[in-house]
Structure formats: C-alpha cells, structure tokens
Design a protein. Structure first.
Length: 518
C-alpha cells in the first residue's frame, strides 16, 4: 500500500553537495519524512521542491556544504570516555614529573578518601626512562586512592591508599588471571596489568547518577560534534544498564551497540538474548573476548619474540577457553568481537573462527585491532567473512614503537590496504578514551599509510556502510538513499576535493539524526 504523507511533515534539505555513498551519486537535495526520520528522495533541489511543494515542506538551505552519511565509531569505551572528559588526561606528557604535576592539580578539589581516576600516561615517551611506582603517587596523594590507566588501558598505576582500599595482595594475581607486579622483595609496585587492572578498576565506586548522566550527555555532544551519529561500545553489563537508564530518560541521542565481556555469557544464554536484541537506539551487539595485550605494554602475542627481547607477549585467554566461549556464543546466536593485536593473536582468533564457522554462518564475528597480521593470514579475513575492526588513529602514535619492538615485521602492521584487497570489510573505530575519537585524522592516517593506504571513499565506508553491516543495520543505515535513516553530517570542506594531508583538519558544521539537528 502506498504510504500517505501528511502536509507539513516533509523536511527538505537543499543546496548541498551530498555524497550518498549508497550508489556513489552526488546529489543536491534530500527529502525526509520528519516523523519517521527517514529519507524519501534524493536528487536535484529544483526537482524535489517541485515534487513536494503541495505538501508545504519545511525547507532547510545547507548553503553549499558537503554532506556525508553520519559516522559510527565501531570501537569505543563510551562511558569511560565520557567520564574521562572531566578527569586527568596524561596523553602526550613526556615525563613522569609532568604527569604527577597534572594529577596533583586535580587532587586539590578532592576531599581525603575520595577516589581520583585518570588515563593516558605513557612510559614509552617519558624522559625518566622508567616505569612508575606507587611511591611516586604516594608523594602527591597520601590521603586519596588514585588509579591511572596507561595510554593503552592495559596497565593500571595505583598508590598505596588505593592498594589498601582495593584489598590488593600478592594473591590477587591468581584470582584475576592478570599480573599484579612485584619487586625483587615481593612487594607490590603499584602496577596492575591486563585482567588484574580491569578487575580492580571495576571495584572503584561509580559516580552518582546525576554526575554520570551529565558526563554521558557531554560525551554524546562531543561525538556528535565530530560527526558521529552512533557508536559501538566495549564495556560491561553495568554500562549497558546505565545506557538503558539514559535511553529511558530520552537522553540517548546517538545509537548505541553494546558488546559485553565474556563473564556475561551464561546470563545472556539463560535469558535467550542474541546479537541484535534491542531497538534502533540501543541494542546488544555481541561478546567481547581478549586473546592478548597491547603493543604499548609489549604484551601483544607474537609469533616471534619482540625485537631485542625474548618475550613473545602474553596469551590473555587459554586457547581451550576461547574455543569454548566462541562455540557457546555461536550456538546461541551471539557474535564475538575478539581483541587481537599481535600476529600470533590474530592467527589464533582466525583459527578459532574457522573451527566454529559452521555453527552459525549468519553471525558477523569481528577481530578488534588487527594491528599486526602475518601475510599468510590476511586473506583469511575475507575468506571467513571476519570483520576487521581497526583503529587507524593508533598508527601515527605507534610508528616509533612498531620500529622499536617489531622491526621489519612492521611493514605488515596496520595492513588496511591488504585487508581491504583481500575482501575483508573494514570497520573503523577509535578505541576512545585511549585515543581521540576524531575521525578526520584517522581517515588521513588510513589514506596516507605507506604501502597500506586505502581510498578516501573506502575509509568513509568503514565509518558508514561497513559500520552498519557490522551491527546488521545495513538495510536502514550507512548511506543516504530512500528508505534509510536521515542521519548525516555537514562538513567545512569537501573531503574528496581537499589534499590528503588536510583531511585531518576537516570540521563538522552540523549533525542531523533522523533529519533533526542535534
């Protein structure tokens, strides 16, 4: 039956350079159903004005701006990102002393006993040339528990007050599966790695709901200002509940897809929750699993030792456990997103997906990061239909570490071009708050990646059409064409016309979700 559209509910966007990306057309205007928030037509301004004139449409002149589909950040820790906007960010500070000075400034506003959390310290760039110690924090925070994430969020740095508050001891390592670092005398150094850090961070008291709500609103505003109309977040059931509360208050403006830690699997199965459960605003994406650590902490799992080292990184999850979890998830309709950074970790993840492939071929499994992939393994992404969920924004800051720790193997680090040519679907994200969520320098990094660069169009598709595919939303999102949601952004310049080294400086002027400006 033909849809009847009432007078006054058409929103007509005219006078723009609109890259639809669906059929690769460039058009001048979009007609949207203002109630449903969907696109009705795309074409020339004069044509659409004539077609809908009798319905007295609301006309919005976009004044010649370039329009793209709204972006989705496919790998965030959104709630943590939102909270960290008001907490110490130590990224880029090139000394331990400088980090302590910044943290000290935030402590002035804290009462004794109040927690302070922060992020971003990077021992790889510190002038002191050493790891931090609990004693360093004790000097500036004798009365407040402090937990500071490293830049890669794989190592936590705490002081003595936090150690006491968290009940840490040498036995904590056995209880978590991570590493509680000890010195030569067997005393805690204040460094927690991998699962030990995650388990301790989860014990820190959450902020009040009003504080949390405001942080999430601020976080959404920041993302929308960068061009995002949606995000995928890799957090816990606690954050999933918090996002539900935000949605229930009609304050969740961006669309959210949540991936939960493996500890939630039994509950998800018993409730019959499958990937895709939810609605267009908030839904369950799948299970997040870890194979290894990170390059920054030299815990990424490698086929060969790190350069000038005997270490090959760490296996964060036993191979049999990983197989068991992916098997159980697949049998119960739950897609898996597996964190794999080193070449050995990526091979293991691909092996597991290949062994479980026939359990449910409809699931859209992903490997997160894919930072170093052995050349023989690259074609397996396309063959197995595994989404390569990558974060190009990491590459510029990782170049020195790649050379230092991986040497000649670094030629195959961040293999955007090879993965794309193999038939793999690239989905772009930021891993924020580890890096800035700003997509424009990320696109520039992906396009300009020597020997592994991709086209601008493919980079945009990784934030739009491929992002929609990753969450089974390709029928309603990812392109500006009739029947799809009117999520789009207006740029300061045409990304297809500027020089590649200027892409990172592009700015978003306006962001629309469902045809409404936010």
């Amino acid at each position: 039956m033909k849809k009847v559209i009432k007078t006054g509910v058409i929103r007509l966007f005219t006078n723009a350079r609109i890259h639809s990306l669906g059929d690769n057309r460039t058009v001048e205007a979009l007609a949207c159903d203002a109630f449903a928030g969907t696109i009705l037509s795309a074409g020339k301004s004069k044509e659409l004005l004539s077609r809908y004139n009798s319905l007295k449409p609301e006309i919005i002149d976009l004044q010649g701006m370039t329009v793209l589909p709204g972006f989705t950040d496919c790998h965030t820790h959104f709630c943590s990102y939102s909270l960290m906007l008001s907490r110490p960010n130590l990224d880029g500070i090139r000394s331990l002393k400088g980090c302590l000075e910044k943290v000290s400034g935030y402590l002035k506003a804290k009462r004794p006993g109040q927690w302070l959390t922060g992020t971003g310290w990077d021992k790889n760039i510190w002038a002191e040339g050493r790891l931090p110690h609990k004693r360093d924090l004790d000097k500036i925070a004798p009365d407040n528990p402090v937990f500071l994430w490293s830049k890669d969020w794989h190592t936590g740095w705490v002081n003595s007050v936090a150690i006491k508050a968290l009940g840490l001891s040498r036995s904590t390592q056995a209880n978590t599966g991570g590493v509680v670092e000890l010195d030569a005398r067997g005393s805690l150094t204040g460094l927690l790695r991998e699962e030990a850090a995650n388990a301790c961070y989860l014990q820190i008291p959450k902020p009040s709901w009003p504080e949390y709500r405001q942080a999430l609103v601020n976080g959404q505003n920041k993302l929308a200002g960068l061009g995002f109309t949606g995000f995928h977040t890799m957090e816990t059931s606690d954050e999933f509940h918090i996002l539900q509360d935000l949605k229930n208050e009609d304050a969740l403006k961006l669309s959210a897809v949540c991936y939960l830690r493996h500890q939630s699997l039994d509950d998800l199965i018993s409730l019959g929750v499958r990937s895709g459960f939810g609605d267009e605003k908030l839904k369950f994406g799948g299970l997040k699993l870890f194979v290894d650590g990170s390059l920054g902490s030299q815990t990424a799992l490698m086929l060969e030792p790190y350069r000038n080292s005997r270490s090959q990184g760490i296996l964060a999850m036993d191979q049999d456990q990983l197989l068991s979890l992916v098997t159980a998830a697949s049998r119960n309709g739950i897609a898996c997103a597996v964190h794999a950074i080193g070449d050995a970790a990526n091979r293991l993840a691909l092996d597991i997906f290949e062994r479980t492939r026939d359990l449910n071929r409809k699931l859209r499994h992903r490997i997160e990061h894919c930072q170093l992939v052995a050349p023989d393994d690259i074609p397996r992404f396309g063959k197995l239909g595994i989404i390569a969920s990558v974060q190009p924004i990491h590459y510029p800051s990782d170049r020195e570490l790649i050379e230092k720790h991986w040497g000649a193997r670094g030629r195959y680090a961040y293999p955007f071009g090879s993965l794309s040519k193999s038939g793999a679907r690239l989905a772009f994200g930021s891993d924020t708050p580890i890096e800035t969520p700003d997509p424009w320098p990320a696109i520039q990094a992906a396009v300009c990646r020597k020997e592994e660069g991709i086209t601008i169009r493919d980079a945009i598709r990784a934030y739009t059409a491929n992002a929609a595919y990753a969450s089974n939303d390709e029928e309603v999102k990812g392109a500006l064409e009739p029947g799809k949601t009117a999520d789009f952004i207006c740029l300061s310049d045409d990304i297809f016309q500027v020089k590649t080294d200027a892409i990172g400086r592009l700015k978003v002027q306006r962001t629309f979700i469902g045809g409404k400006e936010i």
